[in-house]
Every structure is written in structure tokens, then in C-alpha cells.
Design a protein around this ligand. Structure first.
Ligand code: ADE
Length: 413
């Protein structure tokens, strides 16, 4: 029997909420203190169940919230419906948004005239600095979720064009060490397997980029029995990949025998027209980076005589050179296009950081300049301690004499 869409969304939300124990603890306190009373918060995140729990958490703590998607293909329509109809949230998002719909939804969340923004990838923040400049008078600060967004925002701060303080949620240890590595690792493999139903074991699996996301993808692909090849531009990361046991080589070489190529660089033009003559026939292309410019769709289209949808989330490009390539999820984040994003427990940590970063920003924005700030260590450690408690893990504490040993240089000898 087909599950009613609304019921499906409600169940997904409730499942996520039940398994987000860290955010529950954070929510209890924020709600009791009415920490966000009267604050208007505009959010652009991937609209799926865990994001719904974050938006609901902020509203439970008193905030007036509006939520749009930060990607035209990543919305879970059942959750979007449930958030609107069951949880009373203002949500502007659907799957397969056109470019116009995407920007129209971002503009709708900005019509709230927000005090604070929560962004993933930077598009919402950039709108306030370009087409919606009138909002710069009232926006007091923003949180940014992801590496790609932070790279762009640091560039803006560097050139003096950033007009309010931004907290880099991405750079919290309790975010990137787990979300970017284990979250992307598991969810990317999940998205590739869901969309293709093909075997990973025994395949040549090329991972481009050995940042935290690439490390996670490579680790999980290896765990599933793939022969993993890493491509990099950073010499230190390339050494690390080699010593982690992976083959390292330039993309031009890697494409020749690749069964899968997965990009996770945060940069454009990773797989382009120059690879089409040598790439292995039948190769599957997927992207795990924030934007859909890592695999050049333009080059693929130009070199193809036919493009056909062959499965949900899979398009076959028949090239004029006689080869066929498969592109997953139109080159957009495959873990969210074909899957449900990172595992619940991962987003529990990331979104607890988000909620606490918003609390920090709302209390401290007046003393912060127009720059990108890392989250205070105390917040990271608070989240880690609650997570340990939830996992039932106890750790040691330094004795007074150990503390002295670590801080008094005369003690060492
Ligand atoms: N779910 C919500 N936001 C996400 C993100 N940035 N990556 C993966 N899954 C998510």
C-alpha cells in the first residue's frame, strides 16, 4: 500500500527526533530559557527530517523561523509537507526546483526581515550582500554549515566585503570530524548504491579530493571492497592518502580504469571534456561536493549525441566517440538527491552545534566584527561531553598535579 505522503514525512521527522538525543538535551535548556524569544531566523539548509528537527527546535525556543532549501534537488517533499502541516513551520522548498524557484524560495525566507541567518553553502548570505542589500541594516549575523560556504565567506571577509559576523559551524571539531568524514562517507555510498543498485566490491573507485569528505568516502568504499584511487592537488593530502593505503595519481590517468568517479573537492572542473577520450566506457560519475560544477555537465552534453534517463537519478550520456557514461543525480550532492543525507546521529551533532552557535551569536554579535569566527572551544567540548554521556562512554580527568605538569615548564625536568 502506498504510504500517505504526509504520514511518511511525519514518521521521518519523529524517527529523526527520537534519535537526536543531543539536540533534545540542548532543546530542553533553550526552550526552558526561551533563548530565542522574538528572534527572526531565516534558514537555507537541505530540507529533510533532521533539518526539520533543528528548525522546530529553534521555534520551540521562541524563534520565528522560515526555512528554504540550499539546493534545488535535496528536499524531501514528505518532510517539507509535514513541517508545514503538522509542525506549523514556514517552509519554502520542494524537490526538483528550477533555478527561479530556488531563488524565489530564498527570497521568501528573507522576506521575514531576519535578525540571523543559518546557511549551507553561502547562497542566502550572498543574496543579502547583492540583491537584498536593504537587509544588511537588520541582519546581525549568520551561521554557515559547510566547507564550500566558509571558503567563499572567508574570501569576502578578506576583501572587506562581509557586512556581518559569521560563525563557521563547519570548523567545530564536533562537526567536521564526524559530519564531513563519517557522514559524507556513509551517505555518499548510500546515495550511489541506492541510485545504481550496483556492486562496489572489486570495482575501481576514484575519489577526487582528500579533504575530510574525500577521506570518509575513500574509507567507506575501501571497507566495501573497492579498489580505491585518490586524486589530489594538495601534496600533503596526497602523501596522507598514499600512506592511508590508497593509490594516488592524476585524474587523467585515473579515468582510464575507473568504474566510479566521485568528486568531493569543493572546486570546479574536476571531471571535464579533456577526460572524455580516455575515460573507461560505462563509468559512473557522482558528486559529493556542495555545488554541481565539479563534473562538467556542459562538456558531457556537448560531447553527447543522446542523453537518456535510464533509472531514477541516473542519466546515460551516449558520447559521439562511442562511449557511454552515467551521471548520477544531475551531478548534484548524490547523498541528498538519491538518499536522505547524513545519518541521524551525525546531524544530531552538527545541528546541536548550529543551535548553540546561534545562541552564542545572538548573545555576542555586538562584540564581533565583520569576519568569520570559529566556534568557542567550550561549545565544542560541551557537545562532546553530552555525546559521550549519550553513548555511555566515560573518560579520565587530569589530576591537579598533571594539570600543573602540563602548564608549568619547570615541572618537566
Ligand atoms: N542533512 C541536512 N543537512 C545536511 C548536509 N549538509 N549534508 C548531509 N545531510 C544533511
Amino acid at each position: 500500500m502506498t504510504e500517505d505522503v504526509l504520514l511518511k514525512g511525519v514518521r521521518r521527522f519523529e524517527w529523526a527526533k527520537t534519535h537526536m538525543g543531543l539536540l533534545s538535551e540542548v532543546r530542553k535548556r533553550l526552550k526552558k530559557e526561551r533563548a530565542f524569544e522574538g528572534l527572526k531566523v531565516s534558514m537555507a539548509l537541505h530540507v529533510e527530517a533532521k533539518t526539520g528537527v533543528l528548525a522546530w527546535t529553534l521555534s520551540e525556543a521562541g524563534a520565528d523561523v522560515r526555512l528554504a532549501s540550499c539546493n534545488p534537488l535535496s528536499t524531501d517533499d514528505s518532510v517539507s509537507m509535514a513541517l508545514r502541516e503538522e509542525y506549523g513551520l514556514d517552509v519554502y522548498a520542494k524537490k526538483w526546483e528550477t533555478r527561479n524557484e530556488y531563488y524565489s524560495n530564498l527570497n521568501s525566507v528573507l522576506d521575514l526581515k531576519p535578525d540571523f541567518l543559518i546557511d549551507d553553502g553561502g547562497d542566502l548570505i550572498f543574496l543579502t550582500h547583492t540583491k537584498r542589500k536593504e537587509l544588511l541594516r537588520s541582519v546581525k549575523g549568520a551561521n554557515e554549515e559547510t566547507t564550500t560556504g566558509i571558503i567563499r565567506l572567508r574570501a569576502m571577509a578578506h576583501s572587506g566585503e562581509l557586512e556581518f559576523p559569521v560563525i563557521s559551524v563547519n570548523d567545530a571539531h564536533m562537526k567536521y570530524l564526524f559530519d564531513n568524514r563519517y557522514g559524507t562517507g556513509q551517505s555518499t555510498l548510500d546515495g550511489i548504491m541506492t541510485s545504481t543498485n550496483l556492486l562496489i566490491a572489486g570495482k575501481k573507485f576514484v575519489v577526487s579530493g582528500y579533504g575530510w569528505c574525500g577521506r570518509g568516502i575513500a574509507m567507506r568504499a575501501k571497507g566495501m571492497g573497492a579498489h580505491v584511487v585518490v586524486t589530489e592537488v594538495d601534496p600533503v593530502r596526497a602523501v596522507e592518502a598514499k600512506m592511508d593505503g590508497f593509490e594516488v595519481m592524476p585524474m587523467e590517468e585515473a579515468v582510464r580504469s575507473a568504474d566510479f568517479i566521485v568528486s568531493a573537492t569543493g572546486c570546479k572542473d574536476v571531471f571535464t571534456g579533456k577526460h572524455l577520450d580516455t575515460v573507461k566506457d560505462g563509468c559512473i560519475l557522482a558528486n559529493a561536493g556542495h555545488f554541481d560544477n565539479e563534473i562538467s555537465k556542459e562538456a558531457l552534453s556537448k560531447a553527447s549525441k543522446k542523453v537518456e534517463k535510464v533509472r531514477e537519478f541516473v542519466e546515460r550520456y551516449d558520447l559521439t566517440n562511442g562511449k557511454s557514461l552515467y551521471l548520477l543525480g544531475e551531478g548534484r550532492l548524490i547523498n541528498l538527491v538519491a538518499g536522505q543525507g547524513h545519518p541521524v546521529e551525525i546531524m544530531d551533532m552538527s545541528f546541536s552545534i548550529q543551535a548553540l552557535a546561534l545562541e552564542y551569536l545572538s548573545k555576542n554579535h555586538e562584540s564581533l566584527g565583520n569576519d568569520v569566527y570559529n566556534i568557542p572551544k567550550e561549545i565544542d567540548e560541551e557537545v562532546a561531553r553530552i555525546k559521550l554521556k549519550i553513548m555511555g562512554v566515560k573518560i579520565d580527568r587530569l589530576t591537579a598535579s598533571q594539570k600543573k605538569y602540563l602548564t608549568d615548564w619547570k615541572e618537566g625536568t
